[in-house]
Every structure is written in structure tokens, then in C-alpha cells.
Design a protein around this ligand. Structure first.
Ligand code: KG4
Ligand code: ZN
Length: 336
């Protein structure tokens, strides 16, 4: 059986990335140009700047990915590209580049859902992982509890009703004076704090055991800080970080374990930027051990946005027969 080599492109937010992936699992290259330094100046991602930076970098990133994989476009069996969800201007750059190469070299084009990519990062990390499994997708833009029934086949059990988990991390980080992106900084500072110091609320949603809500928690943290400032009391930022982080990870862990049990799943996978959070990994690990569930999570570099994960998802779409034409467009609110 011939190996299938995929050139993958990802540009949905603030990372310009290209990768070469073989048979969905073996990464020959994964080049990530992060724009974080620029967006940090503004405290968050500025869409217009993101688009411009993608345009500047996309060709260079693709060329480097091919070079590092020691191959040319003639060796590529398909081009996989993220076409949604994400920032429309940012997505269009990757989609445009992919279509241009597909047309010029007559290579099949496969549009990939960004979340499907995050989930597929687990296939790269553990070559033996196969569906079905329960997957918690937690990133800056998404909080999804997904039943992965087969490759490229999903059932969404729960979503966030308001803020995404990563968004909550970023907002709380800003409130306690840490920069953007806040997740990794909260994670680090929390290691010096007491997670039981402050009792922050855990939102329960009465009509769904699987949905999430983080805006109430975020407000509780902001109120706590305001009240302390009003009373001129000192704020222990490490305690705030640790207690907030525990409130988030408790809920994420509880819902995911509940869903896995309910559906009789013996495997749980984590995906998305927040999946690299050390407290989430630890609490999931403890809960999975107790429940006799096998836990999977990708290395941090595969958790945040990267093209290798798009190459993994793209492979499974490709062998299923998914093909897109040159009319492929960016879909900012693409559904899974
Ligand atoms: O998956 P990703 O790169 O982009 C989206 O698709 O949204 O995720 C980025 C998000 C940011 O909100 C960032 O703060 C968060 O993931 N994040 C973390 C950690 N590393 C990244 N949140 C908590 N702890 C971390 N260690
Ligand atoms: Zn992402």
C-alpha cells in the first residue's frame, strides 16, 4: 500500500502553519509561525493584522515545511486546509494558498474543520488510538464535548453557553495583570498559589449535563478583585489564578468523565490549547485512573494551533473520499 503524503495549511487565527504528514500519523515537518508577539501589544488578536501577517508568511511557511520534509509538491498526494471555523480574513489566506497550489499542480484539495484537526492531534501523539472515544475540545474559541464515533464522525454532546474555556483564562489573566495569551501564564502562576484559597462558583446548567458556562466564573473573579481593591486589601494573584483554574478544571473533568461513563467509553482524549494546562491534565489523569478510563492528550505544541493536526484530520477525510473544488470558501462559523 502506497503511503499518502499530505501538505497541510492552517491559518484560522494567529498562527500561520504548514506541515507534511504521512498517513495521518507521521509528521515530517510542522512549521508554525506565531503572531503572538504582535497581538500581545493589543491585548488580543486583531483580525486585520492577523490576515496581513498570514499573507506575508504563508508562502515562506509552506516552502519551509516542504524543505524540512525533504519533498517537493510533486510528492504530495493531497492538500489539506482549514476552511473554518475562525477569522474569515485569516482563513481566506490559507484557503487561497491551498487552492492556488491545488490548481497549479493538479493536486486534490481537502477542506478540513479546525476542530476536527484539534481532535486528530491525538492520532499523531498516540499511533494506536482509534475511535470511538470521548473528546474534550478546549481552546480559545471552543469548548466542545464530542463523542468521536469514527474517523471524521462526531456527535456534539455539549458546548459552552457563553465564553470558551481558553477565553476565560485569557480574560482572568488580563484582570490579574498577566499578558496575552493568558492561559499559559495563569497555569504558571497558579503553581505558586492555593487552589482552595477562594471559593469560586462552578456553574451547573439545569437542562444539560454536558454544556458549560464560564462567564459567571469570570465575573466572580472580576468581582472578587474589585472588592479587594475597594477595600484596599492585598490581592494574592497566585491564589486567584489557582482557585480560578481549579474551578474551570473541576467542571471540565466532571462533565467529561460523566459523559464517558454515560456512553460506556473507556477512552478520553483532550484537545485544543487548554489541553496543555497542567491542572487539567492532572485532574483528568486522577479521575480517569479512578474510573478505569484511558487518557490521551497531545504534546503542547500539538494542542495549540498547528498544521500537522490538519494533515492528520485531512488524511482521514481524504481516504474517505472528501474532495473540494476551487470554489472552496472560508466558512467562519463552520459547524462540526
Ligand atoms: O487551540 P488554540 O491555539 O486556538 C484556538 O483554536 O482557539 O488555543 C489557544 C487558547 C488560548 O486561549 C490560550 O490562553 C489557551 O489556549 N492556552 C492555555 C494554556 N495554553 C494555551 N490555557 C490554559 N493553560 C495553558 N497551559
Ligand atoms: Zn484552535
Amino acid at each position: 500500500k502506497k503511503d499518502i503524503k499530505i501538505l497541510a495549511i492552517e491559518s484560522s487565527c494567529d498562527e500561520t502553519s504548514a506541515a507534511v504528514v504521512v498517513n495521518g500519523r507521521e509528521v515530517l515537518s510542522n512549521i508554525i509561525y506565531s503572531q503572538i508577539d504582535i497581538h500581545t501589544l493589543y491585548g488580543g488578536v486583531v483580525p486585520e493584522i492577523a490576515s496581513r501577517k498570514h499573507i506575508e508568511k504563508v508562502n515562506q511557511v509552506i516552502r519551509t515545511a516542504l524543505k524540512e520534509a525533504d519533498c517537493t509538491l510533486d510528492d504530495v498526494d493531497a492538500i489539506a486546509v482549514t476552511y473554518g471555523p475562525g477569522l474569515v480574513g485569516a482563513l481566506l489566506v490559507g484557503v487561497g494558498a491551498a487552492k492556488a497550489i491545488s490548481y497549479a499542480k493538479n493536486i486534490p484539495l481537502v477542506g478540513v474543520h479546525h476542530i476536527e484537526g484539534h481532535i486528530a492531534a491525538n492520532f499523531i501523539e498516540d499511533k494506536t488510538l482509534e475511535p470511538p472515544f470521548m473528546c474534550l475540545v478546549v481552546s480559545g474559541g471552543h469548548t466542545h464535548l464530542v463523542k468521536v464515533t469514527d474517523y471524521g464522525q462526531f456527535e456534539i454532546l455539549g458546548v459552552t453557553r457563553d465564553d470558551a474555556a481558553g477565553e476565560a483564562f485569557d480574560k482572568v489573566a488580563r484582570a490579574i495583570g498577566l499578558g496575552y495569551p493568558g492561559g499559559p501564564k495563569v497555569d504558571k502562576l497558579a503553581k505558586e498559589g492555593n487552589p482552595d484559597a477562594i471559593e469560586f462558583p462552578r456553574a451547573k446548567i439545569s437542562d444539560s449535563a454536558y454544556d458549560f458556562s464560564f462567564s459567571g466564573l469570570k465575573s466572580a473573579v472580576l468581582n472578587y478583585i474589585n472588592q479587594k481593591e475597594m477595600k484596599n486589601e492585598e490581592i494574592n494573584r497566585a491564589d486567584v489564578a489557582a482557585s480560578f483554574q481549579k474551578a474551570v478544571t473541576d467542571v471540565l473533568t466532571e462533565h467529561t468523565i460523566y459523559a464517558a461513563r454515560k456512553y460506556g467509553m473507556d477512552k478520553i482524549a483532550l484537545a485544543g490549547g487548554v489541553a496543555s494546562n497542567s491542572a487539567l491534565r492532572a485532574s483528568m489523569k486522577a479521575a480517569c485512573e479512578k474510573a478505569g478510563i484511558q487518557l490521551y492528550y497531545p504534546a503542547p505544541i500539538l494542542c495549540t494551533d498547528n498544521a500537522a493536526m490538519i494533515g492528520a484530520a485531512g488524511y482521514y477525510e481524504f481516504i474517505k473520499g472528501t474532495r473540494h473544488g476551487l470554489d472552496l470558501n472560508a466558512v467562519p462559523n463552520l459547524k462540526l
